[in-house]
Design a protein around this ligand. Structure first.
Ligand code: ZN
Length: 409
């Protein structure tokens, strides 16, 4: 028997081909640059940084050195100014020449519908960089120079604080979202509609739009919520395209957060699809964030949910003027991006990218504009009825957002 196994191994060994580097992509975001290695089999990278000059070294063992030429085809972007590569031991070494001191974090991704095995290296500016290296070296004011009442600045700012609407273009970068039969990608459609919606909002004297992403790069789902909170957003609107295995499925749907689980199967399927995006955000999102998520879910079962339903139904009504509705009521699902406890949040599935007719519509600038305008009508209608009380003058540390049934402006 032992002999038999040995023989089998002997014959199996030559069949094991060296894995190949299939592609190398660089995505540039405002705060980080992501380098993605597509490889034909899982490989654990060794990543380290070197200074003078600043560079990041990525060793991929077990890769066929002949596939190295694919590395040289990638275009440098963001922090990466040059890409060099060469054979190394039993694999490949790729050297990323970078524009300054960076921190490099790497993780592996398993195959999905779009890509095979990947090694991802995220480059973030090193905040402990030497003085003169970047704007982070600005002098820090002495503690005494900071007035003790600094925490009340939010109160004073409130007087003329415009209404802030956070607009979240779904997916981006390494995460394309859903894809239509003709190759249209959800990440591109969602960004285009989001930008059009932002333009409309910014035409209002008292309204300001904040885009959670404004380019083709990935932003973690919780990070999107963080961006909205940092800008003290009064509303969060996430823009997506729907997808399903059946091509006939069509129409617009609007979602708010479900408070307890997901009630229907399609909503569960959809929530899995949208939330799965965060797998590309890296391994560290798991674990500690789950506790936070649990707290946020509890907190969100309050006035914020009421407001979310209100906004959602207004948006649904106005979108019904430009497209069929998949569901005539606001739906609920456990979308991570809707979990801000204090910001009314909705997720709009504009149309089905997997439906050939709707895919054609989604690809058209004109129709994207109509979708953006109809979302805007719903958003504006909400604030015309319930707008944040802007005449708050008193500076109170116990500040809570007050929504009044004010007259229209
Ligand atoms: Zn999506």
């Amino acid at each position: 028997m032992r002999w038999g196994i040995g023989l089998a191994l002997l014959f199996a060994a030559p069949l094991l081909q060296a894995a190949e580097l299939k592609d190398l992509r660089v995505w540039d975001g405002p705060d980080s640059t992501r380098v993605v290695f597509d490889i034909s089999a899982a490989s654990r990278p060794t990543v380290f940084t070197l200074a003078n000059p600043d560079r990041v070294v990525v060793d991929l063992s077990g890769l066929d050195a002949a596939s190295i030429k694919r590395a040289s085809r990638a275009l440098p972007k963001g922090f990466v100014k040059q890409i060099r590569s060469g054979p190394r031991d039993d694999g490949i070494r790729v050297v990323l020449d970078v524009t300054g001191s960076v921190d490099a974090k790497s993780f592996e991704l398993a195959p999905n519908e779009e890509y095979g095995h990947r090694v991802v290296v995220d480059l973030v500016r090193n905040s402990a960089a030497s003085p003169g290296d970047s704007e982070t070296a600005a002098p820090v004011p002495a503690p005494a120079a900071v007035p003790p009442a600094a925490s009340t600045s939010g109160g004073t700012r409130l007087q003329d604080k415009p209404i802030v609407v956070a607009i979240d273009a779904g997916h981006g970068g390494e995460d394309p979202g859903a894809r239509g039969a003709s190759g249209l990608q959800e990440k591109d459609v969602s960004l285009s509609i989001a930008r059009k919606l932002a333009l409309l909002i910014n035409t209002q004297p008292n309204m300001r739009a904040v885009l959670t992403r404004d380019g083709d790069y990935y932003v973690g789902l919780r990070q999107r919520v963080e961006i909205a909170r940092k800008h003290q957003a009064d509303m969060f609107v996430s823009v997506h395209c729907n997808a399903f295995t059946k091509r006939e499925m069509q129409g617009t749907a609007v979602y708010v957060l479900s408070d307890r689980g997901v009630t229907n199967e399609q909503a569960r399927w959809l929530a899995n699809k949208e939330n799965a995006a965060d797998l590309v955000g890296g391994v560290e999102l798991h674990g500690k964030d789950n506790d936070l998520a649990a707290v946020l879910i509890d907190l969100s079962q309050s006035a914020t949910m009421e407001a979310s339903f209100d906004i959602g139904s207004r948006i649904l009504r106005s979108m019904g003027q430009v497209n069929n509705l998949q569901k005539s009521d606001v739906q609920q699902a456990a979308f991570v991006v809707l979990k801000a406890p204090d910001i009314p949040s909705v997720l709009v599935e504009t149309a089905f990218i997997t439906n050939p007719h709707e895919e054609k519509l989604l690809a058209s600038e004109d129709y994207q504009g109509k979708l953006a305008a109809s979302i805007f009508t719903g958003v504006k209608g909400y604030f015309q009825t319930y707008r944040p009380k802007q005449q708050l003058v008193e500076v109170s540390p116990r500040f809570t957002k007050v929504a009044t049934k004010a007259a229209q402006d």
